[in-house]
Design a protein around this ligand. Structure first.
Ligand code: NAI
Length: 334
């Protein structure tokens, strides 16, 4: 079976082909480096199955074009599916699968990496030492020990983050509409309502999916409730934070540190080398200019372990579809 792979990078090829061999499967991957969007959807014409990633557009218009071209399955290589109009897919008879569970450690550990980068100003220290500047002025940090860490979304990733931060000796607060016994097993961890989490946390880390209900969860009103100098970490999805409000919070000093692996308009930027172009997104450029902001380009998932699982699960999802078996990783409209 031929599968059109969108947003295909060299590492996708490497891991998908290895997973094909390991499963003795015979999928013929046809790679498109381009992002899937209205203009590129015709490339999928004639492919019953396509494979897509986080910034591919799977809104109603694209799904209609895919359906017209004969697509019946979209196999996502991601956990999140906020980029898919699930109702439109169901109406068009297109099934959607995802990779529900791949190394939550990859994302949780990256969130910790951002915290340490910011807290100890490691990004500055690295450049200084390379420049033979061994002065410590301006690098003053603080201990994570005894800090209060507020985790919004205590699913697979949030729980691992709680466990790691407990290891640092932090106090752990959580907020989740669906409490998790695993979170409650973390020594001293407790659930609180959002206003309390905002008011008491020194560090706030977002680990909930993006839904219409929590778009701009972190807006001016939420930021106003936070501790002065709070550290905000987002490795989940960009639109959970209203970037303009975050910028206002940084300027006023309310937000002391911002570490993000996702950005609300990242589709136009991330996963590409734009080093020879002029970035047109002024908001992003302004964000980049602050000394207390660290941005990584949606790389939290990017470990060998996670890519292996993503590719293996994708192949397993295709096999279930091909055999007409129930799709264990299907996502349906809520
Ligand atoms: P999960 O489904 O195991 O956990 C998500 C948790 O968030 C659930 O417990 C759910 O009840 C909770 N939740 C839903 N709405 C909420 C809200 N408004 N406030 C607080 N909690 C809420 O998901 P998992 O695997 O932990 O992943 C979380 C998110 O991380 C994904 O949805 C995805 O957006 C993001 N992600 C980012 C990656 C990256 O490379 N930066 C890679 C993988 C996931």
């Amino acid at each position: 079976m031929k599968v059109a792979v969108f947003s295909a990078e060299p590492y996708d090829r490497q891991f998908l082909e290895a997973a094909n061999r390991a499963a003795a499967a015979n999928y013929e991957w046809v790679y498109f480096e381009t992002r899937l969007e209205v203009n590129t959807a015709p490339l999928a014409s004639g492919f019953e199955v396509i494979c897509a990633f986080v910034n591919d557009d799977l809104g109603g218009e694209v799904l209609q074009l895919l359906a017209d071209g004969g697509t019946r399955l979209v196999a996502l290589r991601s956990t999140g599916y906020n980029n898919v109009d699930l109702q439109a897919a169901a109406n068009l008879g297109i099934k959607i699968t995802r990779v529900a569970d791949y190394s939550p450690y990859s994302v949780a550990e990256h969130a910790v990496g951002l915290m340490l980068m910011l807290n100890r100003k490691l990004y500055k220290a690295y450049n200084r030492v390379r420049d033979d500047n061994f002065a410590l002025n301006g690098l003053l940090g603080f201990d994570l020990y005894n800090c209060t860490v507020g985790i919004i979304g205590t699913g697979r990733i949030g729980v691992i983050l709680g466990q790691i931060m407990r290891g640092f000796g932090c106090q752990i607060l959580g907020y989740d509409p669906y409490p998790s016994p695993k979170f409650q097993e973390i020594e001293g961890a407790r659930y609180v309502e959002l206003p309390k989490l905002y008011a008491q946390s020194d560090i706030i880390s977002l680990h909930c999916p993006l839904t219409p209900a929590n778009h701009y969860l972190i807006d001016a009103q939420a930021i106003a409730q936070m501790k002065p100098g709070v550290m905000l970490i987002n490795t989940s999805r960009g639109p959970l934070i209203d970037t303009k409000s975050a910028i206002a919070g940084i300027k006023s000093g309310k937000i002391g540190y911002l570490g993000i692996d996702v950005y609300e308009d990242e589709e136009q930027l991330f996963f590409r080398d734009l080093s020879n172009t002029t970035i047109q997104d002024d908001t992003f450029q302004l964000l980049q200019s602050f000394p207390n902001v660290v941005i990584t380009a949606h790389q939290a998932f990017f470990t060998r372990n996670a890519l292996e699982t993503i590719a293996q699960t994708t192949v397993a999802n295709l096999q279930e579809f091909e055999q007409g078996s129930p799709l264990s990783n299907e996502v349906r409209p809520h």
